[in-house]
Design a protein around this ligand. Structure first.
Ligand code: CA
Length: 522
């Protein structure tokens, strides 16, 4: 589930503007009056070539000044979003396009299972030979990163997509109102019990100084249930999905650690230490920080640190800083939410594409130094300038009054999670010091997992897992919500909960996970 969360968090900005698909007519429109690119240091074709691209456009996409136009200058190949004015569901649009054989040339998808499924149906072509012949940069990466090659290879041995590969090590961590701690003469909590005591002090001792007991000591990240709770239970060495240890795949929610975690959180909820609307509230950071009400949470470093500047005027003294994860009952400080390479998103070549060779060369362009820079930082002169051989963001990114940095960069089509290799510096380039300090605290503290297991399902397993995990997750979320809200005690309901999971196919799910994990270990 962590995997899903990361993928979702990264792709949200890319998918919030879902557009319908109209590949064929767009293709005709697109092939007119293009003159050859002007630099052509990565020339792919003599005549300008237009490829249509089925993907959701970034929210405020700049039609005139974007990385695909810039890439055309170098490659003579132009990528155009194949979209129409009619908004529609992407997967439905794609299914129609596949069945009518009216597909765009290049197709974006956001999950490995979609690539495999469409590949098996013959809608996407195998890329293995094309990579070997026409994509030296991608090939080099895959040769050096066998885990990635393994992950993107379908059960039939074919590679159906070039993945988006995330970079960097941290994702989220603990944040606390340092100014409240200072005011109450407290130190950042070092253990779970100390965290509890700090939360109690936040609740009872009026750190926001308005004379009312209106503080909400611990607040969540918003819906759904698994996001809200998964952020907190890591310190108990618990998780909402599978854990892997000593050669075994174990479903986390059936373990004692999980039981302890939920029991503890249910008790804290009862004591009024946790947001009473934790399972329904959205925009939690805006609400709790903007109104000077919330004391502690667990969330993304980059965005969370940004609220200090956003509310510097309205909440004087606001100091929401990262803190080390409180140690679990085993004495270990750990952070389970780390950033993986993800590999869910990327792009494929459709079976109706008449230029697979040129398309693969074009894919490879994004893995050259220039292409990778553009995919990460955007358009030179607009979003960044080269300073001492390194890209530095312009004010359009750093001081934009309407767009946060990540969205300003996305107006160029950069960071839209197509098949390129992310460069962590793209994010470091706009983060404030609080975010960077927090990330370094977690990296240098050794709190992150040493290894992130990436199991690969066979095509058959993939189908079963998607059915089983959906029903099991629903049961898990309903039960956790019931327990935290105090509608049933964890002790009274736990055995029945595990029994329910088994009825929903947990044993089969675990067997699949175990087999996949054993293949991973080999
Ligand atoms: Ca108060």
């Amino acid at each position: 589930m962590k995997k899903v969360k990361r993928a979702l968090a990264y792709s949200l900005a890319a998918v919030f503007c879902l557009m319908a698909f109209n590949g064929c007519s767009e293709k005709k429109d697109a092939s007119e009056k293009l003159e050859a690119g002007s630099i052509l240091d990565h020339k792919i074709t003599d005549e300008p070539l237009v490829l249509t691209y089925f993907a959701s456009m970034p929210g405020s996409y700049d039609e005139e000044n974007n990385i695909f136009k810039a890439a055309f200058e170098h490659t003579n190949v132009m990528l155009k979003y194949a979209i129409s004015e009619n908004a529609g569901d992407m997967s439905q649009q794609l299914a129609v396009a596949v069945s009518s054989k009216d597909m765009a040339d290049v197709i974006y998808q956001s999950s490995r299972s979609n690539f495999v499924s469409y590949g098996n149906q013959g809608a996407f072509i195998p890329l293995n030979d094309l990579i070997d012949k026409y994509a030296p940069n991608i090939k080099k990466y895959l040769d050096e990163n066998e885990d990635v090659r393994k992950y993107i290879t379908a059960g039939d041995g074919n590679i159906y997509y070039i993945p988006n590969i995330l970079d960097g090590r941290t994702s989220s961590g603990w944040f606390i109102r340092q100014d409240w701690l200072d005011k109450l003469g407290l130190k950042a909590p070092e253990t779970i019990d100390e965290l509890h005591d700090v939360l109690v002090a936040f609740k009872n001792n009026d750190p926001n100084g308005n004379g009312k007991a209106d503080e909400v000591p611990l607040f969540g990240t918003g819906t759904p249930v698994r996001f809200a709770i998964n952020e907190f239970i890591g310190i108990f060495d618990a998780e909402m999905g599978f854990r892997y240890e000593n050669g075994k795949a174990i479903y986390g929610p059936t373990t004692e650690n999980f039981k302890t975690a939920i029991k503890t959180l249910a008790k804290w909820y009862q004591e009024g230490l946790i947001d009473s609307e934790i399972f329904t509230r959205q925009n939690t950071r805006e609400y709790f920080l903007g109104n000077d009400l919330g004391g502690c949470t667990h969330n993304w470093f980059g965005s969370t640190a940004g609220y200090n500047t956003m509310y510097a005027n309205s909440v004087p003294g606001l100091k929401f800083l990262a803190m080390a994860p409180p140690a679990g009952y085993d004495g270990i400080k750990r952070e389970k939410n780390a950033r993986s390479k993800s590999l869910q998103e990327g792009w494929a070549i459709s079976a109706t594409n008449e230029h697979p060779e040129e398309t693969m060369k074009y894919f490879d362009y994004w893995w050259t130094e220039e292409g990778r820079r553009a995919a990460n930082f955007g358009v030179e002169g607009k979003t960044y300038n080269m300073v001492d051989g390194k890209p530095e963001y312009t004010d359009f990114v750093l001081k934009n009054e309407e767009l946060v940095p990540a969205d300003a960069i996305r107006t160029t089509g950069a960071q839209t999670n197509f098949g390129y290799w992310q460069d962590w510096n793209y994010e470091a380039g706009y983060l404030n010091q609080i975010a960077l300090d927090g990330m370094n605290l977690y990296i240098n503290g050794g709190y992150l997992p040493e290894e992130i297991v990436m199991v690969v399902y066979t095509d058959e397993e993939e189908k079963r897992v998607s059915t089983l995990s959906a029903q099991i997750t629903t049961c898990l979320e309903e039960t956790v919500q019931k327990w935290i809200l105090g509608n049933e005690s964890v002790d009274a309901g736990f055995d029945a909960f595990v029994e329910n999971l088994n009825k929903l196919g947990l044993e089969e799910y675990t067997a699949i996970e175990q087999a996949a994990y054993e293949r991973y270990l080999k």
